[in-house]
Design a protein around this ligand. Structure first.
Ligand code: BGC
Length: 721
């Protein structure tokens, strides 16, 4: 019996291998004569050298044929300048660069043209530094507030991610440098990221987790993509036949190269057959004399080809893809664009992203902007003076400079006196420090106003454990409460001086329940990059009107989060992680199941107000045109984001209460109004019907809901398709 089932399994496996082989051959990228010529001239050893790392951030080249090594660099928000080969500092360059706000702040701008500018800075600085691939953008869905890497990612919503990502990739690749969209897929938490085995429905995969990657491939033609560490439905994502061969390379016709996350390959045969093209990682065991031939896609591949266990054509296909990436970025003809570094224009982009990404969450009695008559301010909280650029793990950036909130506030304060007090210590597990709190309370009560700068923090070092990081790679936050006794500090300061503004740093929401009712002003500053302190100060002092909008829901408490309420976070005893929240991620859950958030998806205040009117909806199932008028009815110039959500009234399978399908950021002077047009194509109305295993457009009535957050719908119309 055992033998029979075993042989049935073996036959099945063989059939699968044959099918995959045929598929790979059929989908083999069409390449230019130059690529074919190079492949013909290469020895097997030379080919294999190209499909694995030759140092921590390079993969192999073939010098005799003019094929250079590929040089890669993190990361999503700055060129990771200090690392060259195998963790050594680059020696011949001025080694600090532009530190952009992190991904979540970029997404909070809701401004795709800034996505482009952001990518352009990265591409340009990568060129200057001789890097061929920027390992970003990171676009995993923000599913739980605890994920240590949310700050690098963008949103809980696949549509917002797609729009920002396409801009970013075009920005990078327009400079002749490859982007590498990551981490494909389901790397939505850091806890045990190397082992968790993620299971989700096909519908959740298609509707929530894939669209950002699909847009990166089919709209932005991203040159490279990074497979994630985790398993997906029982197979490591980096060597996952369904994800890579089937979806990425067949359905989406991806022509570029799949790069493994660092050390994410676990099996030579699976990696070779299932679409991984370059195995990256660091040979830690052999440092300082690494031997990258030992990698899964190293010398073993030579043996397998020579013994006839795999065809050489399998290696050729990977080499062709790598050469394709090289031809797309002028690596073979040496016509690399020059690039620029640390320019005023790059710093300006960092500033604009921060200015447009910082979100004003609460502004009771117009406590902000500060009146010019304010004579004294107590700035409180370690985050006010903490530099964040070198923290967080692989996305660390050695910043050319980093203006902290305290520096920014001091610079803009003019004759207003500023006193600073740290209020807490950054020390893993530290509770409230009574003496520091007392100092802060004294400072707050002696000043007219207080500005608390608190929240999460990165570590300074790559090693997250050594430096008390709470927003960092390889670790999740223990809960949604602020660490280091900061709630005690905030409560004490708010009591001592009710004219207190709370500024929150970090990659996402915290539990504010202990003090939110008594805080008049709350600002979400994320990690706002090298110009962050200036941007924040401009908003506080009213030199700039905030226009950032939350790219994720801020729930009231962790228990409300569907991933925690319904899922098996972080995993069960067998390391399985079931996404039982299914398609109900973020506002799709809160709005459908009527769970009140603290601050809704898409929410953000302004120093002015906007009116929405004249909604018109027309069209057919191929194209629906939504027009409306947005007017600035306040006294200062500002920007709002008109968000278009779609809701199908009746469908065979249940659909969320609303789904974002269009948005536009509108900049308006006082009294100015603009008519805006948002076009929805047929994809905006489809959903993935799991019973039929395909996207369907079911005829019927759709509500078109327009507002400036998922919970503030100002106009609604209908369209019958
Ligand atoms: C991270 C990737 C990063 C790579 C190289 C990995 O640990 O998950 O995002 O690009 O390291 O630094």
């Amino acid at each position: 019996m055992i033998n029979i089932s075993f042989s049935i399994r073996s036959i099945f496996a063989l059939v699968c291998v044959v099918v995959v082989t045929l598929q790979s051959t059929a989908q083999a990228v069409k390449t230019s004569a130059k690529i074919e010529d190079l492949v013909k001239k290469m020895t097997l050893e030379e080919k294999v050298a190209m499909i694995h790392a030759t140092s921590s951030f390079t993969s192999g080249g073939v010098a005799r044929l003019g094929i250079p090594e590929i040089v890669m660099s993190d990361g999503p928000h700055g060129v990771r300048v200090e690392h060259g080969r195998d963790w050594e500092a680059d020696k011949n360059v001025y080694d600090s660069g532009t530190y952009l706000p992190t991904g979540v702040c970029l997404a909070a701008t809701w401004n795709p043209s800034l996505g482009y500018e952001f990518g352009k800075v990265l591409g340009s600085e990568a060129n200057y530094r001789g890097k061929d691939i920027i390992l970003g953008p990171g676009i995993n869905i923000i599913r739980t507030p605890l994920n240590g890497r949310n700050f690098e990612y963008q949103s809980e919503d696949p549509f917002l991610i797609s729009r920002m990502t396409v801009g970013y990739i075009n920005g990078v690749q327009g400079q002749g440098v490859s982007a590498c969209v990551k981490h494909y897929i389901a790397n939505n938490q850091e806890v045990n990221r190397n082992f968790v085995n993620v299971h989700m429905s096909e519908r959740a995969l298609r509707e929530i987790y894939l669209p950002g990657f699909k847009a990166a491939v089919t709209e932005a033609n991203v040159n490279t993509l990074m497979g994630s560490y985790n398993l997906f439905r029982g197979q490591y994502a980096t060597q996952n036949s369904y994800l890579i061969n089937q979806i990425l390379k067949t359905e989406w016709n991806f022509k570029g190269a799949v790069i493994s996350d660092w050390g994410a390959v676990h099996n030579t045969m699976e990696a070779l057959w299932n679409g991984c093209d370059i195995e990256m990682g660091t040979d830690l065991s052999m440092l300082p004399n690494p031997n990258y031939g030992k990698f899964f896609m190293g010398d073993t591949v030579l043996k397998l080809v020579r013994s006839g266990q795999i065809p050489e054509s399998l290696v050729d296909e990977k080499v062709r893809r790598i050469l394709y990436v090289m031809t797309k970025t002028n690596m073979l003809d040496g016509k690399r664009m020059k690039g620029e570094y640390n320019t005023a224009a790059h710093q300006k982009t960092a500033a604009t992203v921060a200015e447009e990404g910082i979100v004003l969450l609460k502004n009771e009695n117009n406590i902000l902007p500060l009146a010019s008559s304010v004579k004294s301010i107590a700035v409180i909280g370690y985050n006010a003076e903490r530099k964040q650029s070198m923290g967080g793990g692989s996305s660390q950036v050695r910043a050319f400079y980093e203006v902290t909130p305290l520096e920014g506030i001091k610079k803009m304060a003019g004759s207003t006196s500023i006193t600073y007090s740290p209020g807490y210590k950054i020390e893993r597990g530290a509770k409230a420090d009574a003496a520091l709190i007392q100092q802060a309370v004294d400072a707050a009560s002696k000043s007219e106003m207080a500005i608390l700068v608190v929240g999460w923090t990165h570590g300074y070092n790559y090693s997250v454990w050594s430096d008390n990081a709470y927003d960092a790679e390889d670790t999740d936050k223990p809960d949604m409460k602020m660490p280091f006794g900061q709630d005690e500090l905030v409560k004490a300061v708010l009591k001592a001086n009710p004219n207190t503004i709370v500024v929150l740093m970090g990659g996402g929401p915290i539990d504010m329940s202990e003090w939110i009712a008594s805080a008049k002003g709350i600002v979400q500053a994320w990690y706002p990059g090298m110009e962050g302190g200036n941007a924040l100060a401009k908003i506080i002092f009213g030199k700039l009107n905030p226009s950032g909008k939350l790219p994720m829901t801020f729930p009231k408490k962790l228990d409300d989060v569907p991933a925690h309420k319904l899922g098996t976070y972080p995993h069960d005893a067998k390391k399985n992680l079931y996404y039982l929240d299914d398609i109900y991620v973020g506002y799709r859950y809160y709005d459908t199941y009527k769970v009140a958030p603290e601050f809704a998806f898409g929410f953000g205040l302004s120093y002015t107000s906007f009116s929405y009117s004249n909604l018109k909806v027309s069209g057919n199932s191929k194209k629906v045109i939504v027009t409306l008028t947005v007017k600035n009815i306040g006294k200062v110039a500002g920007a709002d984001v008109a968000q278009v959500y779609v809701h199908q009234q009746k469908s065979t399978l249940a659909r969320p209460e609303k789904e974002l399908k269009g948005f536009q950021k509108v900049f308006l002077n006082p009294e100015e109004s603009k008519q805006i047009t948002i076009t929805l194509n047929e994809d905006a109305f489809k959903y993935f019907n799991e019973n039929l295993n395909k996207w369907v457009m079911e005829p019927g009535v759709f509500d078109i809901l327009v507002g400036n957050s998922s919970r503030d719908i100002k106009l609604s119309g209908k369209v019958n398709l």
